[in-house]
Design a protein around this ligand. Structure first.
Ligand SMILES: NC(=O)c1ccc[n+]([C@@H]2O[C@H](COP(=O)([O-])OP(=O)(O)OC[C@H]3O[C@@H](n4cnc5c(N)ncnc54)[C@H](O)[C@@H]3O)[C@@H](O)[C@H]2O)c1
Length: 337
């Protein structure tokens, strides 16, 4: 099987490439490196024990993407390439619609021209917004609360419409909850540019001395200890879910599936788990709630278990241990090399 991975140099994409390549899948990467280091792909090749073809191409570029499809006959595509910072999407909505919706449309056009119909799409739990019910099922009404979340929701609608008309398509939208952690080798991991938007890389950067203290955004939510509760999931579990999806894409149509653990962890609980792993207390301060944040997002993961025969296997301590090991060995991220 030969698979195109867009955004394959990014956090989740790089782990996905290693997982696929170590399971006999041939991988080709397209990434414009707008949010990743090309060094990540060297590490992917090193871990997989073989080379992979990669192209520094923007998925919105019709001619460049077409040339990649002409050179390779793909059986399927995994589409990670997107912009993903919620706050930034409020500041620059056009850029988010252009990259995320525009990128998907060009990809679909190119796939159709080359008769490639199997697609795994990176969706997000952010489409649920402030959900009425927890745990969140796929049927829980979507209430996307930011331009970023709306790009993901609109992409899902586009994919559902396209699949409804044409049985040549088989599409799975995987709605990730909060992917964290790193490959156990500590050779690849999460290496955000600038100040991290997410809790785990923030914690690891405080622990390694790059940031002074953790800001906890709000302690008056209606949760176990007042801080926000999320469903953290190990990135290796997430990418194993993609491999399971690829193996089950024979039927035409559109499906959306939650990829989560079903277990909620508060900010302070994650801080405690991380403290246990890194062996010392980290400075933190409670500050005001962050606009757009919700109290609790936890998945009901049953549909993915049923339809993909997949379940997350790693716990919060595994996530903390692997994220911390990557940060320790790469204090400045890939550029430490
Ligand atoms: N990390 C999360 O918490 C999370 C949660 C839910 C959904 N997602 C989605 O999963 C996907 C992967 O996320 P990630 O955390 O690995 O992000 P990432 O930023 O690390 O990876 C995305 C990759 O895509 C590339 N890219 C961006 N725009 C591109 C374009 N126009 N053309 C080619 N390449 C482009 C970037 O350079 C980067 O390497 C994204 O679609 C994201 O929205 C992520």
């Amino acid at each position: 099987m030969k698979v195109l991975v867009t955004g394959g140099a990014g956090f989740i994409g790089s782990h996905c490439c290693v997982d696929l390549m170590t399971h006999d899948v041939e991988v080709v990467v397209v990434d414009d490196h707008s949010n990743s280091s090309p060094l990540a792909l060297d590490r992917v090749a090193e871990l997989a024990g073989r080379e992979l073809a990669s192209y520094a191409v923007d998925v919105r570029d019709p001619a460049a993407l077409d040339a990649v499809f002409r050179e390779h006959g793909f059986d399927a595509v995994i589409h990670f390439a997107a912009r993903k910072a919620v706050g930034e999407s409020v500041e620059m909505p056009f850029e988010y619609y252009d990259a995320n919706v525009g990128g998907l449309l060009n990809l679909l056009r190119t796939m159709r021209a080359h008769e490639v119909g199997r697609l795994v799409f990176s969706s997000s739990c952010s489409i649920y917004g402030d959900a009425d019910e927890v745990p969140i099922r796929e049927e829980t009404p979507a209430r996307p609360a930011s331009p970023y979340a709306r790009t993901k929701w609109f992409c899902e609608q586009i994919l559902a419409d396209v699949c409804a008309r044409d049985s040549a398509w088989s599409v799975m939208a995987l709605r990730y909850f909060n992917p964290v952690g790193a490959h156990e080798s500590a050779r690849i991991g999460e290496d955000p540019r600038g100040v991290p938007n997410n809790l785990m890389p923030y914690l690891t950067q405080v622990a390694v001395g790059r940031l002074r203290e953790l800001s906890v955004f709000g302690d008056d939510y209606p949760t176990v200890d007042g801080t926000g509760v999320r469903d953290y999931i190990h990135v290796m579990d997430v990418v194993e879910g993609h491999r399971a999806a690829l193996e089950r894409m024979d039927a035409p149509g559109f499906r959306s599936l939650n990829l989560g653990t079903g277990i909620g962890t508060s900010v302070l609980q994650l801080l405690a788990a991380f403290t246990q792993v890194c062996g010392r207390e980290l400075p933190y301060r409670i500050v005001a709630r962050r606009p757009g944040d919700v109290a609790e997002l936890v998945a009901a993961p049953d549909r993915a278990a049923r339809e993909l025969d997949w379940r997350s296997r790693r716990d919060v301590l595994d996530m903390c241990r692997d994220a911390w090991r990557f940060q320790q060995r790469n204090p400045q991220g890939y550029e430490s090399a």
